[in-house]
Ligand binder design. Structure first.
Ligand SMILES: [Zn+2]
Length: 109
């Protein structure tokens, strides 16, 4: 079972208390952007085997959205952090690189 620590209220919440929100750190493209960028924003998502950044909501707790970094193959959680950050904190990236030395943030998986 997946357990994530809510960075706002500090509760170790299991997945039954959380709602998934898809991939984190998407670049938003509105209706005024070109068709390829808008289509990519709407439909294209990474689905890596390994480290991944996701959005989660503490639905049965404080109700706030946050980001989590976890390995999709091993279920190892590298950390959680505020949804108001545009990039993963260095401490999270260091935790990922301790296990996956070749990991590149933002690189195609
Ligand atoms: Zn919470």
């Amino acid at each position: 079972m997946l357990t994530l620590k809510c960075p706002y209220c500090g509760v170790q919440a299991d997945e039954t208390e959380l709602s998934p929100g898809g991939e984190a750190h998407l670049t938003r493209h509105g209706p005024g952007s070109d068709d390829d960028a808008f289509e990519s924003y709407l439909f294209m998502r990474r689905n890596p085997r390994g480290p991944h950044f996701e959005r989660w909501r503490h639905a049965m707790g404080c109700g706030k959205w946050f980001h989590a970094a976890r390995d999709t193959a091993t279920m190892q959680v590298f950390g959680t952090y505020s949804a108001q950050t545009t990039e993963s904190p260095q401490t999270i990236l260091d935790a990922i690189r301790a296990v996956n030395p070749d990991f590149q943030y933002g690189a195609a998986e």
